[in-house]
Design a protein around this ligand. Structure first.
Ligand code: 4AD
Ligand code: MG
Length: 459
C-alpha cells in the first residue's frame, strides 16, 4: 500500500510495510518521529520509532532528509494534529543514506531557480512532486476525454521531412559525422541516413490530417521540437503537444471542441488533484482555485484579429511592439487583452494570412485565414489551430507564394486530390496548460528535464 492509500484508510493496528524517503527526523527522549514520503501524495506519514528497536542508536538516530527506508509497523490513530494515522515501527531498514553535509535538499523552501540546477533531485520536493502528479493526471485526462468523444489516437512520427509550421525551426536528424570536415560536401544529405534532410517534428498535424481524412476524428499527443531561439518563460525546445484533427469540421466547431477539452481537463484536475492543487493555491498563486473554477463556469469570449487590433489601438497603451494590422500579436498584447480587457480566456480568429502557416484555409476576403488562437490570462497563447485549406488549387498556389516546394509535400497535396473534405484541428501546448493549472510561472518548472537554448545537460 502506498502512503496516499494508507492516509485514507482506517487505523486498525494491523501490521503494514511502507518504503519511501525521509523528509525530517525529530527526537524526543526515547522516541524519534520520522516523516516519510513515498511520492504517492503530498502528505508524509509519521513514523514513530522507539529506542527498543535494535538499530535505534546506530542507525535510526542518524536518519536525515533524503535517506531511503523501509518501515514495518502498526498503523494506529494519531493524537497529533493534522493527521489521522501514524505508523509505530517494529522494524526499520535503511536502503540508502543521504549525508546531510552535502545533500542539496534541506528542510527549508528552495527557489525554483535553485532547483533547476539539480533537475535529477528536484522531483523529491513538494512542489515538483505535486506538479509531476498533476501533469500525469492531466495526461490521463487528455486520453480519457478523447476516448469518451470517440477519437482515435494516432502516433505520428517524431522524425519527419515536413516542416509543418514552415518557420525553419526544425532540428536536423543526421547519422553523418559532422566533426569530420570531409563529410561536409555537395549534396550533404543525399549521403545521409534517409537520403534527404530529415528532422525532429515541430508538430504532428500534417500526418494527423492524413488519418483524420480516413478515420474521421483523430488526435496525437507527443513530444515536439523547435530550434527556436527564444529564452522566455513560455518556450521550450522540446515540449508536448495535444493535436486533435477532425474531418467534416469547420472553424466554429473546432473552437467549441478546444473549449470543451480545456474545461474538461481543468475540471478533471480540480476533482482528482485537490491536495496537490491546494499547495499551489497557497504558496504559488493566490486565487488559483477561483481562477480555475471560473474557466469551467464561463463561455470563452471570441473576437476576430481585426477587432483585437482595434481594441489594442483604442487602449492607447504604449506597447513595446507596434500594434498594426498585419503584425503578429505579441505576448504583451495577448496578456493585455486577456488580463485587462476580457479578464478571462479569449479566442482570437481570422488572422492575416501573411503571419500564419501555409495550410490554413483562406477566407473569402483573400486577406485572412480561418485561424484561431486561444489566449489565457497569465499565459498568452495556449492553443493554436485552424480550419485547413481543403481546396487543391488554393493550397497549391499558397505554397507557391510561400516558396514551399510542391514536390516535397506531394503526399499532403494528394489528400486534396482524393476525397478531400473540410477539416480542422488545433494544438494545445501541454506545458502551458500545466503552467496555467499550477500557477508555476516558468515553463522550465513544469517539465521534468527542460530543454532550452544552450541547456540540455544535467539529467
Ligand atoms: O501555434 P502552434 O505553433 O500550432 C501548431 O503547431 C499547429 N500545427 C497545431 C495544430 O493546428 N495542430 O503551437 C500550438 C501550441 C501553442 O499554442 C503553444 O501552446 C504550444 O503549442 N507551443 C509551445 N509550447 C512550449 N514551447 C514552445 N516553443 C511552443 N511553441 C508552441
Ligand atoms: Mg501559434
Amino acid at each position: 500500500m502506498n502512503i496516499a492509500k494508507i492516509l485514507q484508510s482506517q487505523p486498525d493496528n494491523g501490521l503494514i510495510t511502507i518504503k519511501g524517503w525521509v523528509k525530517t527526523r525529530r527526537d524526543s527522549k526515547k522516541i524519534s518521529f520520522i516523516e516519510v514520503n513515498d511520492g504517492s501524495c503530498l502528505a508524509n506519514l509519521q513514523v514513530i520509532a522507539e529506542d527498543i528497536l535494535p538499530n535505534y542508536e546506530e542507525q535510526i538516530q542518524h536518519l536525515s532528509a533524503g535517506c531511503s527506508i523501509k518501515v514495518t509497523g502498526h498503523l494506529t490513530s494519531s493524537p497529533a494534529k493534522g493527521q489521522n494515522v501514524e505508523l509505530h515501527a517494529t522494524a526499520i531498514k535503511i536502503y540508502g543514506w543521504a549525508p546531510p553535509e552535502d545533500y542539496p535538499l534541506q528542510k527549508k523552501r528552495h527557489s525554483f531557480e535553485f532547483l533547476r540546477t539539480i533537475p535529477h533531485l528536484r522531483p523529491r520536493t513538494n512542489s515538483l512532486g505535486a506538479m509531476t502528479r498533476i501533469r500525469s493526471k492531466l495526461s490521463f485526462a487528455v486520453h480519457h476525454f478523447f476516448n469518451q468523444h470517440d477519437f482515435v489516437q494516432v502516433h505520428t512520427p517524431i522524425i519527419t521531412t515536413s516542416d509543418c509550421e514552415g518557420a525553419g525551426e526544425m532540428f536536423t536528424v543526421t547519422a553523418l559525422d559532422l566533426t569530420k570536415p570531409e563529410t561536409i560536401k555537395e549534396g550533404l544529405f543525399h549521403h545521409d541516413f534517409f537520403g534527404r534532410q530529415a528532422g525532429l517534428t515541430v508538430s504532428g498535424q500534417l500526418e494527423a490530417e492524413a488519418y483524420a481524412l480516413a478515420l474521421g476524428k483523430v488526435y496525437t499527443f507527443g513530444p515536439t521540437f523547435r530550434a527556436e531561439n527564444s529564452n522566455t518563460s513560455r518556450h521550450l525546445a522540446e515540449f508536448w503537444m495535444i493535436e486533435p484533427e477532425m474531418a467534416f469540421c469547420d472553424l466554429t466547431q473546432n473552437i467549441t471542441m478546444a473549449e470543451q477539452l480545456l474545461k474538461s481537463l481543468i475540471s478533471y484536475v480540480i476533482t482528482n488533484c485537490a491536495k496537490d492543487l491546494e499547495l499551489f493555491n497557497r504558496f504559488i498563486e493566490k486565487g488559483l482555485s477561483d481562477k480555475l473554477e471560473n474557466i469551467i463556469k464561463n463561455d470563452f469570449d471570441r473576437i476576430t484579429y481585426s477587432e483585437a487590433i482595434t481594441e489594442l489601438t483604442k487602449s492607447g497603451r504604449p506597447f513595446n511592439f507596434p500594434v498594426e494590422w498585419g503584425a503578429d500579436l505579441q505576448s504583451e498584447h495577448e496578456r493585455f487583452l486577456t488580463e485587462e480587457v476580457f479578464n478571462g480566456p479569449l479566442v482570437v480568429t481570422d488572422y492575416p494570412k501573411t503571419i500564419k502557416p501555409f495550410y490554413m484555409r483562406q477566407n473569402d476576403d483573400h486577406k485572412t485565414v480561418a485561424a484561431m488562437d486561444i489566449l489565457f490570462p497569465g499565459i498568452g497563447e495556449i492553443v493554436g489551430g485552424s480550419q485547413r485549406e481543403e481546396r487543391y488549387e488554393q493550397l497549391a498556389v499558397r505554397m507557391d507564394e510561400m516558396k514551399i516546394n510542391r514536390e516535397d509535400y506531394k503526399w499532403y497535396l494528394d489528400l486534396r486530390r482524393y476525397g478531400s473534405a473540410p477539416h480542422a484541428g488545433f494544438g494545445l501546448g501541454f506545458e502551458r496548460l500545466v503552467q496555467f493549472v499550477t500557477g508555476i510561472s516558468n515553463i522550465r518548472d513544469v517539465i521534468p528535464f527542460p530543454r532550452t537554448p544552450r541547456s540540455a545537460a544535467g539529467d
